[in-house]
Design a protein. Structure first.
Length: 235
C-alpha cells in the first residue's frame, strides 16, 4: 500500500500569555497607621506592588521622582501642609503617576478642587479597603474615580449649570485661610505659613466674609473653628 503523501499538519505551540506587570503604588500620609495599613493591603493583593511611603511633601517629591510609581495614595493634609497645592506641584513633576486622594476631607468641599488641581481620584478613608483597590485599578487604567457624593455634585453642576455658592465659591487660597483661622492662627501667622503679606491675608478674610454672608470677624472665627471641629477640613 502506497504511503500517504498528504501533508502533515504540525500544531503550533501557543505562546504562554505575557504576565501583566503589577501596578506599582506609593503611599503618602502623615499617619503611620495609614501607611502601614495600605502597605499591608497592597502586599497581600495580587497585581499590586508597594514601592515606598512618605510622610511629608518634601519626602513625597523625592519618593515619587525616584520610583515613578503608577499611582500614589495621597492624603490631603501632611503635617498642616495644604494638599491642593501639593497636587499642583506634583502633577508636572510626575505626569505619568496617577494621584489618588485618600482622605478624611469632605468631598463636597475638596473633591472637585482636588480633581481640578490634577488628582485622578478622590476616596474617603471611611470607605472599605476593597474600594481603595477598585479606585487604584481605575486610575491606573487612566480613568477617574469619584465617590457617589462627588459624582452627584459634579453631574448636577454640569446638568443644571449650578452656580457656586457658600464654601464652594471660595478660592483655594481663601479656603486655606479659612482653615488656618479655624486653627486659631493669627493673621501674621497665616501670612508666614502661606508666604503672603498680612494685607493680602486681610483681603482674603474680607472676601470670605462677603462670599459666606458673614458680617463680623467674630462670626468668621466661630464658623472657621466649627468647620475644623466637625472635621470638614480633614485631619
Amino acid at each position: 500500500m502506497a504511503p500517504d503523501s498528504s501533508p502533515v499538519e504540525i500544531a503550533e505551540e501557543e505562546e504562554p500569555p505575557v504576565p501583566h506587570s503589577p501596578l506599582r503604588v506609593a503611599v503618602v500620609d502623615d499617619h503611620p497607621i495609614i501607611r502601614s495599613g495600605v502597605r499591608a493591603l497592597l502586599e497581600c493583593e495580587p497585581g499590586f506592588e508597594w514601592v515606598g511611603d512618605a510622610e511629608s511633601p518634601e519626602r513625597a517629591m523625592d519618593l515619587l521622582i525616584n520610583t515613578r510609581p503608577d499611582a500614589v495614595v495621597l492624603d490631603l493634609w501632611l503635617g498642616g501642609n495644604d494638599g491642593i497645592e501639593m497636587i499642583k506641584c506634583l502633577r508636572p513633576l510626575v505626569p505619568e503617576t496617577a494621584l489618588l486622594c485618600y482622605t478624611m476631607n469632605s468631598a463636597s468641599i475638596y473633591g472637585e478642587r482636588a480633581i481640578r488641581a490634577g488628582a485622578a481620584g478622590f476616596l474617603s478613608k471611611k470607605e472599605p479597603q476593597s474600594e481603595l483597590l477598585v479606585a487604584l485599578r481605575t486610575v491606573c487604567r487612566g480613568g477617574r474615580y469619584m465617590n457617589r457624593e462627588l459624582m452627584n455634585t459634579v453631574l448636577d453642576g454640569i446638568a443644571w449649570g449650578r452656580a457656586l455658592e457658600g464654601h464652594e465659591s471660595l478660592t483655594d487660597r481663601e479656603l486655606q485661610v479659612l482653615r488656618l483661622l479655624g486653627m486659631a492662627m493669627s493673621n501674621p501667622d497665616i501670612a508666614l505659613q502661606l508666604g503672603l503679606g498680612v494685607k493680602t491675608v486681610n483681603t482674603h478674610r474680607e472676601n470670605i466674609k462677603r462670599k459666606l454672608g458673614i458680617r463680623s470677624s467674630a462670626e468668621l472665627m466661630r464658623q472657621a473653628v466649627l468647620m475644623v471641629e466637625r472635621g470638614l477640613f480633614g485631619g
